[in-house]
Design a protein around this ligand. Structure first.
Ligand code: AMP
Length: 121
């Protein structure tokens, strides 16, 4: 796995050098609207800790970080009212693609995409 490189946009969002449209911030995570949404609701959840991808996070983050991150996703699902229509969680890691999922990881800071549709829509 590659080394974490601080020269990425999510590192700047964590350090408030770049603004994001934040939905929820917890002790160990920040959730904000994706700048190029691919669904009516498209939120990114990122850990505040410096992990390259999901695997790095799952292997090396503390239990506290992992629980806080996952409960954060559940909070977002509730806040954005995604339960009724259902939702998708996607986390790209590295270069792998398939024809149905043609995009590799583009930001090398661990993140989970939450894609869904609010029950208000
Ligand atoms: P991935 O291709 O899985 O690495 O996803 C990176 C995501 O970050 C893409 O969906 C981008 O639209 C999104 N993104 C990039 N820069 C920003 C930004 N400044 N604010 C919000 N989302 C961003």
């Amino acid at each position: 796995m590659q080394q974490y490189d601080k020269n990425n946009i999510f590192y700047k969002i964590i350090n408030k050098e770049v603004n994001a449209n934040i939905v929820l911030e917890g002790k160990h995570f920040i959730a904000f609207h994706d700048i190029a949404p691919k669904a009516p609701v498209h939120i990114l959840v990122i850990p505040k800790g410096l992990y390259v991808d999901y695997n790095d996070f799952a292997l090396n983050a503390s239990d506290d970080e992992i629980v806080d991150f996952n409960r954060g996703i559940a909070e977002i699902v509730k806040i954005m009212r995604l339960e009724n229509h259902g939702f998708k969680l996607i986390s790209n890691a590295g270069k792998f693609t398939t024809p149905d999922f043609p995009e590799p990881q583009s930001v090398m800071h661990m993140h989970v995409h939450i894609l869904g549709k609010s029950s208000e829509e």
